[in-house]
Design a protein around this ligand. Structure first.
Ligand SMILES: Cc1cc2nc3c(=O)[nH]c(=O)nc-3n(C[C@H](O)[C@H](O)[C@H](O)COP(=O)(O)OP(=O)(O)OC[C@H]3O[C@@H](n4cnc5c(N)ncnc54)[C@H](O)[C@@H]3O)c2cc1C
Length: 272
């Protein structure tokens, strides 16, 4: 939709051209959310898509995903065969239900920064133990674990004027086994529950729960859990008030499905 309050769009091509942000400014990535509803509080957009950041870079230790990497570009990436968790990338991309247009415009960074509970790029980054590289307005950088980035529905850890520059996914984690479960109330609806299980060591199970909860939760088991341990740890670490309530699912249903998915992931991953 047209954003009638916007008077200026800046298109910086380097970090030094990025202005100091005011309360009436926002960074623009794919624009799929920004242009999907009125933004009366904004009068200037700072477009990050002309910074020409390489979408994906493979180093000896990491898959570096620029914030402006389109979800479609990430989905097209062909992971090496020995990355057992390589197929998780496409599964998470496909968990963003939208038209062809959304898929081809939405960015990985925009998905994390928007911070919807259903954000599948958030789930991917957390399950794979990614690190977020963040630019401060003063020209310095810092990093935080992806699990700390989304702090609530449409809330994130960024301070004023800060930019999510990149997420770095350790290749070591891409070589681990995974199991993925996702459900929506309607076939093309936004995720109501998304649970990813990863085995990081022979007996260490890590469950990443998103969409069901107000902010992502990661639950770790140092020994392989039986059903009772699984249920009690989920109950202890995800209290009822943390289950999200919106049109995409009631908290009780989200809790119920999280438990079912956790058990079926456990069963799947317990078989070598
Ligand atoms: C039909 C439809 C279906 C959708 N389905 C889903 C879904 O299933 N799951 C889901 O999670 N979302 C969904 N969305 C919401 C949205 O499209 C996606 O979250 C998308 O990934 C946002 O990315 P973007 O690049 O378009 O972000 P934008 O709309 O450009 O930006 C989103 C927000 O992030 C900020 N931002 C963007 N990049 C950065 C950065 N690098 N640093 C700092 N701030 C930044 C912007 O200022 C803005 O506040 C849907 C939207 C539509 C219209």
């Amino acid at each position: 939709m047209d954003l009638n309050s916007i008077e200026n769009i800046l298109i910086p091509r380097s970090r030094s051209e990025i202005p100091e942000l005011t309360e009436r400014d926002a960074f623009l990535a794919g624009g799929t959310w920004l242009f999907s509803e009125p933004q009366p509080a904004l009068n200037r957009l700072v477009d990050l898509t002309n910074m020409n950041w390489a979408p994906l870079t493979l180093t000896a230790t990491h898959l570096q995903v620029s914030a402006t990497c389109k979800i479609a570009a990430l989905a097209a990436f062909e992971p090496p065969h020995d990355w057992l968790a390589g197929p998780l990338i496409l599964k998470c991309c496909r968990a963003l239900f939208g038209s062809f247009k959304i898929w081809n415009m939405a960015t990985v960074g925009g998905n994390l920064c928007l911070g919807l509970p259903a954000g599948p790029m958030t789930a991917l980054a957390i399950a794979l133990h990614a690190t977020c590289i963040i630019w401060r307005p003063d020209g310095t950088d810092y990093t935080i674990p992806a699990v700390q980035f989304v702090t609530g529905p449409q809330q994130n850890a960024l301070g004023p004027g800060e930019i999510l520059r990149r997420i770095d996914i350790p290749i070591a984690h891409l070589k681990h086994r995974f199991a993925f479960r996702q459900i929506s109330l309607t076939p093309e609806g936004r995720s109501g529950v998304l649970v990813i299980g990863m085995i990081n060591q022979p007996s260490r199970l890590i469950l990443t729960v998103t969409a069901a909860t107000r902010h992502p939760k990661q639950v770790e088991f140092s020994t392989w859990p039986d059903d009772n341990t699984l249920t009690s740890k989920l109950t202890n670490e995800i209290p009822d008030h943390l289950y999200y309530d919106d049109i995409h699912g009631k908290p009780a249903w989200r809790k119920h499905m999280t438990g079912i998915f956790a058990k079926s992931i456990c069963t799947e991953l317990s078989n070598p």
